[in-house]
Design a binder for this molecule. Structure first.
Ligand code: E4P
Length: 243
């Protein structure tokens, strides 16, 4: 990534987190110092071939000792979820425990969120997509306890809806909670980093692939257009097309 793009990203107010479970990518992102935290989820871990959760988590924390790292509980039962949450929180000071907003039977996680937050456990409430969910979580959190509120803007957009009004209102709802930060989850394009920045969102978590697309930030559009024309031309030549 060019120094110019690095400067553009470093100049943003929003904190960029890296979303993934590939240890090499996590290590590279940490060393590049472009991101301010890390998120994972069970799907990303499965995709990366993780089989031993605890070994994986400890390795991530060895690579990232001093930035927020979110690990998700995976039980569908709230008692077991609580045990997993306490175990994960115990691993290191920089762990944020990811709690899904409901279990798979639509049971609300808010009672557990209330308990953990009031115990001072740092949380990342995940898979959120509606404003009533944000209101319920805001009511459950302790005002002095740190929490990320992960609203899946990209999935809202996948459903054909504009996520921006939801994100703006979520920010309003969280205003009375100084330690609750709105996290734009599941971004779908590099533009989302700019949109999240402009609306005052605190954090956006991006996959390494998406962050790589930010290499085009600040590019002159005439140059970008020419680069695209050249790409079409070179590929036609390479393929030996004739008509
Ligand atoms: C955030 O913490 C999530 O892991 C992530 O943004 C989910 O993205 P997806 O909706 O593309 O699965």
């Amino acid at each position: 990534m060019s120094t110019n793009v690095k400067n553009i990203l470093a100049g943003l107010r929003i904190k960029i987190f890296s979303d993934g479970a590939d240890l090499d990518s996590i290590s590279e992102a940490y060393q590049q110092k472009l991101v301010k935290g890390f998120t994972t989820n069970p799907t990303l871990m499965a995709r990366a071939g993780v089989t031993n959760y605890l070994t994986f988590a400890k390795e991530v924390l060895r690579i990232v000792p001093d930035l927020p790292v979110s690990f998700e509980v995976f039980s569908d039962d709230f008692v077991e979820m609580r045990r997993q949450a306490l175990l994960l929180a115990d691993l290191a000071q920089n762990v944020y425990v990811k709690i899904p907003i409901t279990n798979t039977r639509r049971g609300s996680a808010c009672a557990l969120i209330h308990e953990l937050s009031h115990r001072g456990i740092k949380l990342n409430i995940t898979a959120m997509m509606t404003l009533p969910q944000v209101r319920d979580v805001a009511a459950a959190l302790h005002p002095d306890s740190s929490a990320f509120i992960s609203v899946f803007a990209g999935r809202i957009a996948d459903a054909g809806l504009d996520p921006l009004p939801v994100m703006r209102e979520a920010l309003e709802i969280l205003k009375p909670l100084p330690k609750a930060e709105l996290l734009w989850a599941s971004p779908r394009e590099a533009l989302n980093i700019i949109q999240a920045e402009q609306m005052g969102c605190h954090i956006i978590t991006v996959t390494p692939d998406l962050l790589a697309k930010a290499k085009n930030f600040g590019k002159d559009l005439n140059d970008f257009s020419l680069e695209t024309v050249k790409m079409f031309y070179n590929d036609s030549v390479k393929s030996g097309f004739s008509l």
